[in-house]
Ligand binder design. Structure first.
Ligand code: NAP
Length: 249
């Protein structure tokens, strides 16, 4: 059964990793997918083609999620390209710039907060009017277990991800009466290019400490997004769904 047949979806940061996994699963479920990237043009165009071959409409846009103007322009263009409707927004774009506070520069803090958190404000503002008019919409924000628990060496990232949770709950309260839902996902350790940078010994240690004894895959997160984007979750809003193999349990 296709759960997103004909729905128009925007995913930020889908040229690789979790965002790409979401785009692929959504395409398989019949969604039309507009997605952004920051610099990976070739992989983005490849994904666009892969999605089109599934028989859905797809388009890659180069857009900086941290920029208010870019986000406004992006949503205006998507509305033009995708018949004036946006059913689902997934704020997935994110970066890390890890360091102990002692060594963390101001720029490392600001850029992480702008790309991870301000982007959520930018994009939610930009789709709000359309979703209000539709009296329907699902917004999904990609937070992290680190936003719930904190992590030494990631004060900037943890602050941005915790901020996303506060934003998510506030928007759920504000827009619930218009049938616009807003939820967050808190992935644990998902093996992507973002985590490839880490050394293998550390990674194995993490795998061993997770109750399900493995790192997550982009599809694991994508399937949780599928639930939150589809009508199966029509009565679910303001929640933070951990997809972490039991890591925080
Ligand atoms: P990733 O592999 O590094 O991919 C990041 C994506 O975001 C790429 O498509 C990148 O585009 C895009 N991007 C970066 N800066 C952007 C900007 N300013 N504007 C628009 N797009 C931008 O990361 P990932 O591991 O898939 O993570 C995706 C999300 O899940 C992030 O929010 C991350 O914090 C969160 N998360 C990940 C994990 C994990 O274990 N992997 C755990 C918890 C939460 P380019 O390819 O063009 O650079």
């Amino acid at each position: 059964m296709k759960l997103l047949e004909g729905k128009n979806v925007i995913i930020t940061g889908a040229s690789r990793g979790i965002g790409k996994g979401i785009a692929q699963i959504f395409g398989q479920h019949g969604a039309n997918v507009a997605f952004t990237y920051s610099s990976s043009e070739a992989p983005a165009l490849e994904l666009q083609k892969e999605l089109e071959d599934m028989g859905v409409k797809a388009k890659a846009y180069k857009s900086n999620a941290a920029s208010y103007e870019d986000s406004e322009a992006l949503v205006a263009q998507v509305l033009e390209d995708f018949d004036g409707r946006i059913d689902v927004l997934i704020n997935n774009a994110g970066i890390t710039k890890d360091n102990l506070l002692m060594r963390m520069g101001e720029e490392d803090f600001d850029s992480v907060v702008e790309i991870n958190l301000k982007s959520v404000f930018n994009m939610t503002k930009a789709v709000q009017r359309t979703m209000l008019k539709q009296r329907k919409g699902s917004i999904i924000n990609m937070s992290s277990v680190v936003g719930i628990k904190g992590n030494a060496g990631q004060a900037n990232y943890a602050a941005s991800k915790a901020g996303m949770i506060g934003f998510t709950k506030s928007i759920a309260l504000e827009l619930g009466s218009r049938n616009i839902r807003c939820n967050a996902i808190a992935p644990g350790f998902i093996e992507t290019e973002m985590t490839d940078k880490l050394d293998e010994k550390t990674v194995q240690g993490w795998r061993d400490s997770i109750p399900l004894k493995r790192g997550g895959k982009p599809e694991d997160v994508a399937n949780a997004c599928l639930f939150l984007a589809s009508d199966l979750s029509d009565y679910v809003t303001g929640q933070v769904l951990s997809v972490d193999g039991g890591m925080l349990t």
